[in-house]
Design a protein around this ligand. Structure first.
Ligand SMILES: Nc1nc2c(ncn2[C@@H]2O[C@H](COP(=O)(O)OP(=O)(O)O)[C@@H](O)[C@H]2O)c(=O)[nH]1
Ligand SMILES: [Mg+2]
Length: 214
């Protein structure tokens, strides 16, 4: 997808604030600091639209970003932040659960996992919960640039085994730093939302003729 426009819409603290536009929503779940905001920024080629490393504790906000007139990215509050109290955690659970279970425009959850480490208990719980409820998901293993290329497959295997993934679950190797996995992830998203590029845009004349062929 060619991103012509990307804008922050709202930090929604409840369903009444969710946008009324009937656009497909792609939600990002993952622990605090795993790289959700960076992933959004990389997908839309913006350095800092999604706020990275914002202070945790805003446990009940869904950050909506509108991409063209095609979809929303919905940055869910990160889980697994140690300094959050038990009651806050429970509130977090209910809030997110409600969104994930009842939001009719939700098309796909990107479960963002740190490629460097085996998925945490929270990651495993999130994965199982999504599978249990039949929520479409895509696992995105990020920060690949932080480990040597030669170890990527080994780390991927650990992630898959620890989560207990199905063959049918898409898994994308990603790095917000390098842009690795960006095209693959866009393809998965486009397919999920039934996106077809505007044919008129595809047929624009090329400025450079293909070399070789007359
Ligand atoms: N090297 C590297 N650092 C990353 C990557 N993704 C995120 N980070 C860093 O990890 C930290 C947390 O990222 P952020 O996107 O704010 O995580 P969030 O809390 O899940 O939204 C920031 O310092 C980012 O710069 C990545 O792919 N590679
Ligand atoms: Mg963030």
């Amino acid at each position: 997808m060619k991103v012509n426009q990307a804008e922050f819409i709202i930090s929604a603290v409840g369903p009444s604030q969710y946008p009324a536009d009937a656009l497909p929503e792609i939600a990002l779940a993952g622990r605090s600091n795993v790289g959700k905001s960076s992933l959004i920024n990389r997908m839309i080629n913006r350095k800092n639209l999604a706020r990275t490393s914002s202070k945790p504790g805003k446990t009940q906000q869904l950050n909506y970003y509108k991409i063209n007139s095609d979809l929303f990215f919905v940055d869910l509050p990160g889980y697994g932040y140690a300094q959050v109290s038990k009651s806050e955690r429970e509130k977090w659970g209910k809030f997110i659960e409600n969104y994930l279970l009842h939001r009719e425009f939700l098309k796909l959850v990107l479960l963002v996992i740190d490629l460097r480490h085996p998925p945490s208990k929270d990651d495993q719980a999130m994965y199982s919960w999504l599978k249990h409820h039949g929520t479409p998901l895509c696992i995105v293993t990020t920060k690949a640039d932080k480990i040597p290329r030669g170890k990527w497959q080994q780390h991927l295997k650990i992630v898959k085994e620890t989560l207990g993934t199905d063959k049918s679950d898409p898994v994308v190797l990603f790095s917000s730093e390098l842009g690795l996995g960006k095209d693959e992830l866009w393809q998965i998203i486009e397919q999920k939302i039934g996106y077809a590029a505007d044919p008129a845009a595809e047929e624009l004349p090329q400025t450079q003729p293909e070399s070789g062929n007359p």
